[in-house]
Design a protein around this ligand. Structure first.
Ligand SMILES: Cc1ncc(COP(=O)(O)O)c(C=O)c1O
Length: 467
């Protein structure tokens, strides 16, 4: 067991240094706070003490208002699988805009069909309905499941982030060992909060118990086949197989939230790699090609409940910007590219991901700090683009579930979420949640740059201060 660390002084030093390092971003942040809550519109982007304000993003790199060129592993909330503003999409979009196509029309068109056809073909879904965010996709998938089964209870896993929608806001943030998952109750109807049952990721025994207790009243079990924000770890193959078997046994709709994993591990869904087919799946991020596109995809007999054949029972009619022309254009362009270049893109991501994970772990090991990236391949996933180190205190304990990596008694959470992020920014590297993912625009030189940056950061953490 390694000793606990106190980062209070180091964080204060880093913040002071960062203020000197990025004065333009600091000044803009002060201005932003006068008109936006906390100075922005997405809390994850609002790095403390202030975020770098970005003026340009291309490939693997960002340029900020202070003229720094940052190596970026965040890549648009994991949406940018080819990197920022990839020419394959931007050139096609520029041409489309020049030809009188792109902004809102409020009509249906050929592009929607072609994009839906790709998604159905690559994921095995029978039908698709588009929307604009992952949160809306998961919310509507849950409503469909509740209507289809006529049941109320929603089963999910602790740490699973399904976007800011009512059922998804329960069981997201770690609270304590005794009661691991907080109920984010403020503003939510209490009756709805009580309908959500939270179990432990990668724990088939607990899942069996929960299905035994709630299965007859449960509408759905929603789970990420690769856990994103909650801990960046893959599902164990056995866990997903048990989930499928229990869902069948109890007549529960199995929903795979593939907002983060869809088209990240292959040109299609991740469930296929596990050989497990959900009843519904949700997609967003990568599928939009950098535009706000999301989808609920899956069984026709469930999805039809939001259409005429199903009596429009579920109010998932689409919104003003659903299947937006530029979104569909970017989606079709990117998805076509990924399908056609699958054999280049995904092995490249796997190779660079492995190299980056090794570089980070080695850099910390050289300074006597245990860093472990959990997003390594397993029996189902041949390779992974994720590079997210955890800093456990015990080098023997396997980390398989979000309640472990978010427990400050098990892992150095402050080091991952605050110290590492700020210290890396001073090295011109941008990460969130302690890490990120490689995109196809990253290179071996970027791996070396990240390794060097991590070495300096690790030294600084060991020394507890200055560079
Ligand atoms: C697995 C998962 N589901 C849903 C969402 C919500 O998507 P959005 O931010 O587009 O609402 C996210 C976002 O990070 C996610 O990672």
């Amino acid at each position: 067991m390694l000793p606990k660390r106190d980062h209070t002084q180091l964080l204060a030093d880093l913040a002071a240094e960062y203020a000197r390092y990025a004065p333009q971003s600091a000044a803009l942040h002060a201005r932003a706070q006068q008109v936006m809550i906390d100075g922005g519109s997405h809390s994850l982007r609002l790095i403390q003490p202030f975020p770098p304000r970005i003026v340009r993003a291309q490939g693997a790199r960002l340029t900020d208002e202070d003229g720094h060129s940052l190596l970026d592993l965040w890549q648009g909330h994991y949406a940018n699988i080819l990197g920022h503003n990839p020419p394959v999409v931007t050139h096609a979009l520029a041409h489309a805009f020049d030809s009188g196509w792109g902004l809102q029309t409020g009509f249906t068109d050929r592009l929607q069909i072609e994009t839906a056809e790709i998604i159905c073909r690559q994921t095995g879904a029978e039908r698709v309905r588009f929307t604009t965010t992952g949160a809306l996709a998961t919310m509507n998938a849950i409503m469909l499941a509740r209507a289809f089964t006529g049941r109320e209870i929603v089963m999910k896993v602790g740490g699973g982030w399904h976007g800011a929608q009512p059922w998804g806001l329960v069981g997201v943030n770690f609270a304590s060992r005794a009661e691991p998952w907080r109920v984010e109750g403020a503003g939510l109807p209490p009756a709805l909060v009580r309908q959500v049952v939270v179990s432990r990721y990668n724990d088939p025994a607990m899942l069996r118990d929960h299905f035994k207790a709630y299965g007859d009243r449960a509408a759905c079990f929603i789970v990420e086949p690769f856990m994103g924000a909650g801990g960046f770890m893959p599902a164990a193959p056995e866990y997903l197989r048990v989930a499928r078997q229990l869902a069948d046994q109890y007549g529960v709709v199995l929903i795979f939230d593939e907002v983060i994993s869809g088209f990240r591990f292959r040109a299609g869904d991740l469930g296929s790699l596990y050989g497990v087919k959900p009843d519904l799946a949700t997609f967003a991020k990568i599928i939009g090609g950098g535009m706000p596109v999301a989808a609920v995809a899956g069984r026709a007999d469930i999805l039809k409940l939001c259409g005429r054949e199903g009596g429009n029972q579920v109010r998932f009619p689409g919104g003003t910007y659903s299947a937006h022309p530029a979104g569909m254009f970017a989606a079709k362009t990117l998805l076509t590219y990924l399908v056609e270049h699958e054999q280049e893109v995904y092995p490249r991501l796997a190779r660079l991901g492995a190299a980056m994970r090794y570089a980070v772990e080695e850099a910390f090991a050289a300074e006597g700090i245990l860093a472990r990236c959990l997003s390594t391949p397993n029996d189902a996933i041949p390779g992974s683009s994720f590079v997210v180190p955890q800093f456990p205190y015990d080098d023997q304990q396997p980390l398989i579930s979000p309640d472990q990596v978010n427990d400050p008694e098990v892992c150095d959470v402050a080091l991952r979420d605050r110290v590492f992020q700020l210290a890396l920014l001073l090295e011109n590297v941008h990460v969130v949640h302690g890490g990120g993912a490689v995109c196809a625009a990253h290179t071996d030189a970027d791996v070396a740059e990240l390794g060097e940056a991590c070495r300096r950061v690790a030294r600084r953490i060991r020394q507890g201060g200055s560079r």
